[in-house]
Every structure is written in C-alpha cells, then in structure tokens.
Design a protein around this ligand. Structure first.
Ligand code: SAM
Length: 278
C-alpha cells in the first residue's frame, strides 16, 4: 500500500471577494488602503511637496489647504508637517482610517472626515483646494464635475488656488499599457500584491474603463478581486473650458506634481492644472 502523502502545510486559502463595477473603485480602495501609499510610488510623495510649496509661495499667500479627495493623506502629510493647516475629506472610510494612522504616527492632528467632493459644505474658505491623484477623473457625469468645481469655488477665498491632478489619458492612448502586471509588490510585512490592469477606452464617449484584477497574498490567505470603474478622459482644452465656466482662471499647466515638469500632451503621465478663483 502506498504511504499517504504528508501535507506540506503550506497551501493557501483563496477567497474571491467578488467583482465591483462603478462606484469609483471603492471596494478596491478598501482592499488596498493599508498598502496604497507604498504601492503608489513614494517618489510621487517626495516630489509633490516641493512642487506644492513652491506654487504656494509664488502664488500665495497660502496657509490653509482643503484636500477634497485626500485618500491616505500621503500628499498632505508633508504639508501638515511643515505648518500648513490641511483639512481632508474623502469618500472612502478605509482610506481615511489609514490617513488617521499616518497622522498619529507623525504626531500630528488634522481635521479629516468622510465627505463627497460633489456636495461638501464646510462653511469656511481656504487659500487652496486640492483634488489630486486621478480623483477628478472618477467624476464621469458632466454634472458631477460641475458640482465639484462649485464645491471648490465655495471653499476658496477670492484669488485662492485650485490644483487638479488628473491622469493624462492622451498619453495613455499613445502608449497603451495593456494587459500587464501593473504592480508586483512585496511588503516588508511579507504581504505580496499583484495587480493586473485591463484598460479600455471609448474615445467617442471620452470614457476610460480601468479594470483591475488584484491578488493580495497575506499569511495563508489569498484574496482575489475584480474591480472596474469608468474614468473621464479630460483634455487640456476641455478642462480649461470647464474651469472657466466654473469661475476659475487657469494659470499653469504641468505634466506631473514635480518641479519644472511641463505638460506635453503625448508624453506627460499627468495633466495638472493650477487655477485662480476668478
Ligand atoms: C486614486 S485615490 C487618490 C488619493 C489621494 N488624492 C492621492 O493622490 O494619494 C482617489 C481617491 O478619491 C476618492 N474619491 C473618489 N470619488 C470621490 C468623491 N466623490 N468625493 C471624495 N473622494 C472621492 C477615493 O475614495 C480615493 O481615496
């Protein structure tokens, strides 16, 4: 009789978390909130502060800042650390939980809470409003972009600054990066994360559909999810028009939140606009 094979004890339990369509990748942010900052480029965080600080000095004075989609507060923390008053809002409680942890770890406090950039009303104004990291692209209904610009305007003093940091889908179209492992990441805590992207663009409708197959391997658990969200493909002329209609005067365009990186339509990864509340 054959000897029974011993279990290695190393097999993993795979759990399919399901698939989500629309809802601005909320399930995906819940799954990845703990790792979002580390996956999504520490370089981005390092270069954003000098960019924003330089901008605020040139076009300020800026001492108070509202980030309407602050996520994990990664880009705001360096501002708060250097004495700016930063107030943060975000739709995702999971991202805000990480933001609170990041603030505690840095020994800082900031007023952060759940909020929707389309309808937020804080009853006060700021010197600058930020909407960074593709958050504006999630607004696929023209009415939602209008509402968000209205929110920004209501929270800015006259002459205050609005900074929008969008994905530049024009450069993505020129260099489509499909189908690929978007991320293959191993965390210091041993967690392994792989994200596969399946993107599709409908140019007539100006919609980019971002789909992610995500695997998170933690201990003996593998969590797998499929998430899909439509994103609006803004071009510089269309964004300029929307800003002007919303009561803003676009004054600067950049290709990334990085000092000196000018915007070029076919190569810039980002479309960054700086506008003054007219
Ligand atoms: C790609 S993350 C960027 C987070 C952060 N701004 C950054 O650059 O690291 C997009 C964020 O937008 C948030 N978001 C999407 N729609 C929103 C809305 N209507 N109001 C507020 N936050 C929203 C998501 O919850 C998510 O945290």
């Amino acid at each position: 009789m054959k000897a029974r094979r011993k279990s290695s004890g190393s097999s993993s339990h795979v759990r399919f978390l399901g698939s989500e369509r629309g809802r601005a990748h909320q399930a995906w942010f819940r799954l990845l909130a703990d790792y979002y900052g580390r996956i999504n480029g520490p370089d981005r965080v390092r270069s954003a502060y000098p960019f924003l600080h330089d901008l605020f000095r040139r076009r300020g004075p800026v001492t108070s800042v509202l980030d309407v989609a602050c996520g994990t507060f990664a880009l705001d923390l360096p501002l708060a650390e250097r004495g700016y008053e930063v107030v943060g809002r975000d739709l995702s409680e999971a991202m805000l939980a990480v933001a609170r942890r990041n603030l505690r770890a840095a020994g800082l406090t900031a007023h952060i809470a759940q909020g929707d950039m389309r309808s937020l009303r804080l009853g006060r104004t700021f010197d600058a409003v930020l909407c960074l990291g593709t958050a504006f692209n999630y607004l696929t209904e023209p009415g939602d972009a209008r509402k968000t610009l209205r929110t920004a305007r209501l929270h800015l003093r006259p002459g205050g600054l609005l900074v929008l940091d969008l994905t530049n889908f024009a450069s993505f179209g020129a260099n489509p990066r499909n189908v690929r492992a978007e991320t293959d990441y191993r965390d210091p805590d041993g967690t392994r994360i792989a994200i596969y992207a399946f993107n599709e663009q409908d140019r007539a409708k100006q919609i980019h559909t971002a789909r992610f197959l995500t695997l998170v391997h933690r201990g003996d658990q593998i969590q797998l999810s499929f998430d899909e969200s439509p994103l609006r493909m803004w071009t510089k002329p269309k964004l300029a028009k929307a800003l002007e209609r919303g009561g803003f005067r676009p004054v600067e365009w950049w290709g990334r939140l990085r000092l000196g990186e000018r915007y070029t339509v076919r190569t810039s990864p980002r479309l960054v606009s700086v506008s003054v509340r007219a």
